[in-house]
Design a protein around this ligand. Structure first.
Ligand code: B12
Length: 144
């Protein structure tokens, strides 16, 4: 399964010093993925997204509120192409209800130990061709 994990870009302030670090959240999330997931990571601050590159599933990692709107745009663009999208990360948790309007699934909490079940559910859902709200995924919303 090809999984595209994206860290959206955001506008920097005029006089802000530019620095680009490997972002902690998506890197740790990627390390928690099941072994059969072929993951490609795109930090949009340094790489372009090819919306037409074939993939089964897209994850959007959003740490900052400043990233949220771009994250939703990316989610909308992939979903318009029929690709399922899951949002996660700190700012997704802060803006969870609005994020639900743009993603097939909103993941709350930490990824460690939970990705096997999420990806098993994804395979089940796509094999059943259920395309609307993914109720089975509600169990991934941890109380935090
Ligand atoms: C460490 C940290 C930093 C580090 C980042 C280091 C790095 N290489 O990533 C540094 C010091 C650089 C930093 C900078 C900034 N930070 Co900071 N930072 C944090 C801090 C303390 C921890 C974040 C972290 O790394 N957690 C550990 C990782 C592993 O956890 P995680 O991100 O939650 O990811 C897990 C899950 O969310 C999930 N997950 C993540 N992505 C995805 C995606 C999917 C699809 C799924 C399913 C799951 C998933 O899986 C991961 C593993 O469990 C938080 C506060 C906090 N206590 O959370 C603030 C915080 C995120 N930072 C904040 C801010 C504002 C900034 C700055 C903009 C500050 C500034 N004015 O410059 C800058 C941004 C600059 C930049 N270029 O990144 C705010 C964001 C607030 C907001 N609403 O936007 C926070 C919340 C602090 C605060 N309370 O204000 N930060």
């Amino acid at each position: 399964m090809k999984f595209l994990l994206i860290y959206p870009k955001w506008e920097k302030l005029d006089r802000q010093t530019r620095f680009t670090l490997p972002p902690h959240g998506p890197v740790v999330m990627a390390a928690a993925l099941p072994a059969d997931v072929d993951v490609k990571f795109i930090d949009e601050n340094v790489d372009d997204i090819n919306f037409d590159e074939g993939c089964d599933f897209v994850g959007i990692s959003i740490m900052l509120t400043a990233q949220v709107k771009r994250g939703w745009e990316i989610a909308d663009a992939f979903r318009a192409r029929g690709v399922k999208v899951m949002c996660g990360g700190i700012a997704t948790m802060l803006h969870a209800e609005e994020s639900e309007l743009h993603a097939d699934a909103v993941f709350l909490g930490e990824a460690e130990g939970r990705m096997e079940q999420v990806f098993a559910d994804f395979k089940f859902i796509t094999s059943c061709r259920i395309s609307r709200r993914l109720k089975a995924w509600a169990r991934h919303a941890a109380a935090f």
